[in-house]
Design a protein around this ligand. Structure first.
Ligand SMILES: *[C@@H]1O[C@H](CO)[C@@H](O)[C@H](O)[C@H]1NC(C)=O
Ligand SMILES: *[C@@H]1O[C@H](CO)[C@@H](O)[C@H](O)[C@H]1NC(C)=O
Ligand SMILES: *[C@@H]1O[C@H](CO)[C@@H](O)[C@H](O)[C@H]1NC(C)=O
Length: 337
């Protein structure tokens, strides 16, 4: 899911682009979104699967990506669970992955921090996003400098940094600069707790292209080479739908679904996830948002858990505000694993 920053209009609807023929994607790449104020300006567009016109001015929403470590016996997984490639992650059974694009105004990170503290046996991968990426400065502002350590101090948190890739059309050097900026954070801040330990490569492609496989391989190698992103050096790509198999080994985790609940049900009916059947469950993530009232959460968790180990479930459509649905998802997840 893409969002726009105050400084740059980057409203890219990745998910929806994925299903469009190449010539159509450019037109969908830039959606203007009203920003509220400086750091809050961004919007999340409707994701893939949707064929209807995008609501360009959609207010950003929160997607909480909950990653369920698929060992859940209660979840009848089609694929065998495998241990995560990140050692620090593999020890915890329940996992969530949360697109957390919220500016750290006073109190705004508290709901997440409370959840993290309340559920120490749940692993939280938290995607932070200062400015549609790390921003152009060496370091983000003071609010981030004090907030990030409040996340990273928890052993059950893996914080990773958001980087847009525009389906591989963004200049490789620009993406590399963003990755290097994140990697330099602990050095620039002279504080090891001011760090992310991996990168979320948003707007990944799904159709095969040797050139694009090379592009994302280069990025993954860079991420894995950086001490400042270690020790996990966790690589996540987000095509939003099942991508060509060639992309799967490049990442530690691939987001194979990012769309609203109705689209998720449609995808299941269409047998969309057969494409990833056989892929290690622990290397897949799903993000379902816009979940309506009345959906039976354990049933939904079982459905999502069948597809991927890492899941996000939200009942809003924005990553810019805390999605209260996660306060229900995490305890339910703990019950299931
Ligand atoms: C690093 O930052 C954290 C949070 O702001 C602070 O508590 C800690 O003292 C800092 N460490 C150093 C070495 O400055
Ligand atoms: C995945 O493959 C297995 C065996 O190859 C099959 O039994 C199972 O039904 C498949 N699952 C889906 C969702 O296609
Ligand atoms: C989401 O869930 C929370 C908690 O269950 C509820 O208070 C809120 O109204 C829901 N929001 C939407 C948009 O459904």
């Amino acid at each position: 899911m893409v969002w726009t920053t105050p400084s740059r209009v980057l409203g890219v609807m990745l998910g929806c682009i994925a299903l469009l023929p190449a010539p159509a994607t450019a037109a969908h790449h830039h959606h203007l979104h009203q920003r509220q104020h400086h750091h809050h300006g961004y919007s999340v567009g409707p994701p893939m699967w949707q064929t209807r016109p995008q609501a360009g001015e959609t207010t950003a929403t929160a997607t909480v990506a909950a990653s369920v470590i698929a060992s859940a016996s209660a979840v009848s997984s089609a694929q065998p669970a495998a241990s995560s490639s990140a050692s620090t992650i593999s020890s915890l059974k329940a996992k969530v992955i949360i697109p957390f694009y919220i500016y750290p105004d006073p109190g705004k990170w508290t709901p997440l921090l409370n959840l993290i503290t309340t559920f120490p046996d749940v692993h939280f991968t938290v995607i932070i996003n200062p400015s549609s990426g790390p921003g152009t400065s060496t370091l983000p502002d003071a609010a981030f400098l004090s907030a990030v350590p409040t996340l990273t101090q928890h052993s059950n948190v893996l914080a990773i940094g958001y980087v847009p890739t525009q389906k591989g059309t963004r200049a490789l050097a620009d993406v590399e600069r963003d990755i290097n900026t994140y990697a330099n954070w602990p050095t620039a801040a002279n504080n090891a707790s001011f760090a992310v330990h991996g990168i979320f490569l948003d707007e990944a492609p799904n159709a095969y292209s040797a050139e694009l496989v090379s592009y994302y391989s280069t990025l993954a190698s860079l991420i894995r080479s950086k001490t400042g992103l270690g020790p996990e050096n966790y690589v996540v790509t987000n095509p939003g739908i099942p991508p060509d198999q060639a992309y799967l080994p490049l990442a530690d985790s691939t987001v194979v679904f990012e769309s609203p609940y109705t689209s998720f049900q449609d995808a299941i009916k269409a047998d969309t996830f057969r494409a990833i059947n056989g892929t290690s469950h622990s290397t897949l993530a799903s993000m379902v948002y816009g979940i309506p009232d009345g959906v039976h959460l354990p049933t939904l968790l079982a459905q999502v858990g069948q597809i991927s180990e890492q899941i996000f479930l939200g009942n809003t459509s924005s990553y810019m505000a805390w999605d209260p649905y996660m306060d229900s998802v995490v305890p339910a997840l703990v019950e299931m694993v």
